[in-house]
Design a protein around this ligand. Structure first.
Ligand SMILES: Cc1cc2nc3c(=O)[nH]c(=O)nc-3n(C[C@H](O)[C@H](O)[C@H](O)COP(=O)(O)OP(=O)(O)OC[C@H]3O[C@@H](n4cnc5c(N)ncnc54)[C@H](O)[C@@H]3O)c2cc1C
Length: 571
């Protein structure tokens, strides 16, 4: 099958906060330079309707209040990240978040909640020393994505919807990116798009865990493609579990979806199966401790058997007053009611759920990567959050670095851009399941869930991780022998499930390898056999390529060292 071909100057993979901000900024930069660029956004789902930015509930961290400061936001990010974040990336995050939130409000038309005096309302999120989370009720992402999508639709930006990127294709001389190979999911045809600059913004997504929050279109495709293209990923052992995934039984896909952080931030209690609070026994900050502590405490409590009918724990909000809960958390109250729970006045069953990957492609503060012409932004990138992401820093990350990437790509194309002839590429790997006898793809998914949840999840050890690596190799082999039992290509979900699993298994391997290499516990990564955090002053992050071993690279403390602070009153 010969792929069709087309050309564009800038090709953006993914249409979440990172991808759409990149498109708008690249477009704006080109207009400013009075040299229009052709910009194409390609996305696995429908533009504006897929990905996780749309699912953002809680909100957006930004230092707006006069009592707050970028230094405080920065210190919260570094300390929350257990001194692993790249400090230049974190600084860019906290400083440019202010510009982006003003752009979202004043140029793109987002309405965020306000105080009676007209200032923007900022609410509490766990793990932060200041209430700095800007929001629109508890459905902030819908507001942001609707406005971003409208603005993209209003401009001459090309769209390739329901197009799945499968391979980053280098130039024939291997010196740069040449373009991207896609499957048009509507027809099953292949399309090769040649581009001068490509942005990877497919949003990671730890959907290899039994309980997970991200949208179903996310299967780590971008990270898997980056590995195949020879790029290094960092911090891959750092997978964040959100403490409060809804647990409504196996019959519903609502299980695993997140109940937002603001519930704990505003004073919600977690209860065991015995209906008693347990968090004060684990951490002085109790339910307002960071996600890693709370998830681990919950996992321990579940292992002790202090569980609810579905095998999880409870969240209780009723002591805050049902009226207040209904008003402040309308979306969450409705979501729980849909599953038969009364969030405002009763108890809701919850379980920790895989939420976010702090790890991703190594990149510089201008969003360039080690492959010239390839840029990265959002959840596909690694290094901004280190060992833990603060709630509210995720959408700030994707919008801040999406905008940076758009500006950088426009400048790069105008200076260096050329359409390169591509190296040879082969569609055989993607065609494989059509030529094999029909097997059980669902059973492979279940086994992947089991391996990742039990052995590469919230509590890990060397024996479990080694066993997991063996199991992942076996699963990859099993996939390579498993066909989908159909030849039809249009909207063939079995084919895409097979491809999703291929990406997930390859990224699961680097998570397990990185987790095995990090012989300490910090942030989201907890090793039962190495429960202590090693010296912060000599912190190093993991870096791994597809073929290679994990290397430990020292963190550069470019702005502040462990034990110091940028805050004037602090030591
Ligand atoms: C339920 C939930 C609640 C959250 N709440 C908050 C919050 O309150 N505050 C916060 O800061 N963060 C929150 N987050 C995290 C936040 O959503 C992410 O950090 C951020 O939105 C990621 O943006 P992104 O642009 O990188 O990826 P996404 O918004 O996920 O977009 C990824 C895009 O890539 C596309 N894609 C995927 N694979 C391919 C492929 N192979 N080819 C082409 N396109 C592809 C997808 O279809 C999608 O359009 C939440 C996440 C979830 C899941």
């Amino acid at each position: 099958m010969v792929p069709q071909a087309r050309d564009t100057d800038i090709l953006i993979l993914g249409a979440g906060g990172a991808g759409l901000f990149a498109a708008l900024h690249a477009h704006q930069a080109a207009m400013r330079a009075a040299s229009p660029l052709s910009i194409t956004v390609a996305v696995k789902g429908l533009l504006g309707k897929c990905g996780c930015t749309r699912m953002v509930q809680g909100g957006y961290n930004v230092a707006l209040a006069k009592e707050d400061s970028v230094e405080r936001h920065f210190m919260d990010t570094i300390e929350g990240g257990k001194w692993l974040p790249d400090q230049e990336l974190a600084w860019k995050l906290v400083t440019l978040a202010i510009e982006r939130i003003h752009e979202l409000e004043n140029e793109l038309g987002c309405f965020f909640d306000r105080n009676p005096d007209g200032t923007v309302h900022q609410k509490a999120f766990a793990g932060q020393t200041f209430d700095r989370t800007v929001h629109k009720g508890d459905l902030t992402g819908i507001e942001i994505m609707n406005r971003l999508a409208e603005q993209v639709w209003a401009r001459r930006i090309q769209r390739l919807e329901e197009h799945r990127a499968v391979e980053l294709v280098k130039s024939a001389d291997g010196a740069s990116i040449a373009g991207v190979l896609f499957i048009d999911m509507r027809t099953g045809d292949y399309l090769f798009v040649r581009a001068k600059a490509v942005l990877l913004a497919t949003g990671g997504g730890p959907t290899m865990y039994r309980y997970h929050t991200p949208s179903g279109d996310k299967s780590c495709d971008g990270l898997a493609m980056a590995l195949r293209a020879g790029l290094a990923l960092r911090d891959m052992e750092m997978v964040q579990f959100h403490p409060t995934g809804l647990l409504a039984g196996t019959h519903t896909r609502m299980t695993g979806t997140v109940l937002e952080e603001g519930l704990r931030g505003s004073g919600g209690y977690l209860l065991g199966g015995d209906k008693q609070r347990f968090m004060p026994n684990y951490d002085p900050k109790a339910e307002r401790a960071t996600r890693d502590f709370v998830s681990r405490a919950m996992f321990s409590e579940i292992r002790k058997g202090n569980i609810t009918p579905h095998g999880g724990l409870y969240i209780s909000m009723a002591h805050l007053g049902p009226e207040r809960v209904r008003k402040e958390f309308k979306g969450m109250v409705e979501r729980c009611a849909d599953c038969g729970f009364d969030l405002a006045g009763g108890l809701v069953e919850v379980v920790p759920t895989a939420h976010y990957m702090m790890g991703g492609v190594e990149f510089a503060a201008d969003c360039t990567t080690s492959l010239p012409g390839l840029f990265v932004a959002g959840e596909d990138s690694g290094g901004v959050h280190g060992a833990n992401r603060l709630g509210g820093n995720g959408v700030a990350n994707s919008t801040v670095f999406g905008a940076v990437a758009g500006d950088s790509m426009a400048a790069w194309v105008q200076k260096h851009g050329r359409l390169a002839s591509p190296a040879e590429f082969d569609i055989a790997a993607y065609e494989r399941p059509f030529g094999l006898p029909r097997g059980d793809v669902e059973a492979i998914r279940e086994k992947l869930y089991e391996t990742m949840w039990e052995r590469v999840g919230i509590i890990r050890d060397a024996a479990g991780l080694k066993r997991a690596l063996g199991e992942l190799d076996a699963l990859d082999g099993e996939l390579d022998r498993t066909g989908i039992g159909t030849q039809s290509r249009a909207f063939n979900l079995s084919w895409h499930d097979w491809l999703n699993l291929k990406s997930l298994v390859s990224v699961s391997r680097v998570i397990a390898q990185s987790a095995l290499a990090r012989e300490d516990s910090r942030g989201a990564h907890y090793r039962d056999d190495f429960p202590d955090t090693s010296a912060l002053g000599t912190s190093a992050f993991t870096s791994i390529k597809a073929a290679g071993p994990v290397t430990m690279k020292p963190v550069a403390f470019t702005r502040v060292r462990p034990g110091q602070s940028l805050l004037k009153h602090a030591a």
